[in-house]
Design a protein. Structure first.
Length: 289
């Protein structure tokens, strides 16, 4: 063995002796492979699927053809079972999808034969179709009730300034009052008005002239905020106050909030001449338990 110290010089043909750096390289510990190197060393092969595919969707079992899952190319299911992605299997060899399987049968029925779900399941199946990115099913569901009606309703609500913000305000006020009073329910006043300008029945003939030919000072007299907790309006559409009230109650109910309402009068604030506000005031009762 030749020992080379730091003080000795190596002479002669370089091939006859081993340099210190070469020796270190020969006896160097092998490096621990990184995750990238390991992945390169063990490439994942494309996954092969049988023609008849057993599925476990959130604990519910289904069986379908591979061609059914690949019916539409731009869907998540087609991508999952394209062979480019690894799908885990359960103890029985079923391919596992970590999703609630309650409405997966409706998804398969559409992929198989174009069948649509019953009306009471349309909203839930629509949500699943969004998750699986099944565009043709989404288009079909949007053209039937209740989703078609919901599109019309949302078009109307689009005319309401700050509609969602006002819903949140109703909830927050009702919650705060119930907690302060340690009560099961809370009441608040809500104004819902369609017309921006006030009208009194006996002065309707004079209304149009006042509306379009009023001075700036008169305009300020008509600017008014009713003494209520939340105010909705005005808007320009055929839908009236009762339609908007229905929307408010429906959207609160969809969030699990029990609400009752009744008209308790109108705002009697005097504005100008014989004109009073006359906007309807509703009492909302929110029950929390």
């Amino acid at each position: 063995m030749v020992v080379v110290t730091g003080q000795n010089k190596v002479s002669g043909d370089p091939d006859d002796a081993m340099s210190s750096s070469d020796a270190e390289d020969d006896f160097q510990e092998p490096a621990t492979p990184t995750a990238t190197q390991a992945g390169q060393a063990l490439p994942l092969l494309p996954q092969q699927f049988p023609e008849v595919v057993p599925l476990n969707v959130g604990g519910m079992y289904f069986t379908t053809r591979l061609s059914t899952l690949r019916r539409y190319e731009d869907t998540m299911l087609a991508a999952m079972f394209s062979g480019r992605h690894y799908i885990p299997t359960d103890a029985e060899g079923r391919y596992f999808i970590d999703r609630d399987g309650t409405y997966f049968g409706d998804i398969l029925n559409f992929l198989r034969s174009g069948d649509l779900p019953p009306r009471d399941r349309v909203r839930a199946v629509y949500k699943e179709a969004q998750y699986y990115s099944i565009g043709p099913l989404l288009d079909n569901l949007e053209d039937i009730q209740p989703l078609k009606g919901e599109k019309v309703r949302q078009a109307f609500l689009g005319l309401m300034p700050y509609y969602k913000d006002h819903l949140e305000r109703i909830i927050e006020i009702a919650k705060l009052r119930a907690m302060q009073r340690k009560a099961r329910f809370a009441k608040l006043k809500v104004c819902v008005f369609k017309e921006e300008m006030p009208i009194t029945p006996y002065e309707c003939p004079h209304f149009n002239s006042l509306r379009f030919e009023r001075s700036e000072s008169e305009t300020k007299l008509f600017e008014h905020h009713c003494e209520v907790d939340v105010s909705f309006g005005p808007w320009e559409a055929v839908a009236d106050v009762y339609d908007l009230l229905h929307c408010i109650v429906t959207d609160l109910s969809d969030r699990g909030i029990t609400v009752d309402h009744q008209c308790i009068g109108v705002c009697d604030k005097h504005l100008i001449n014989h004109y009073y506000c006359k906007r309807p005031i509703y009492e909302f009762k929110i029950t929390w338990w």
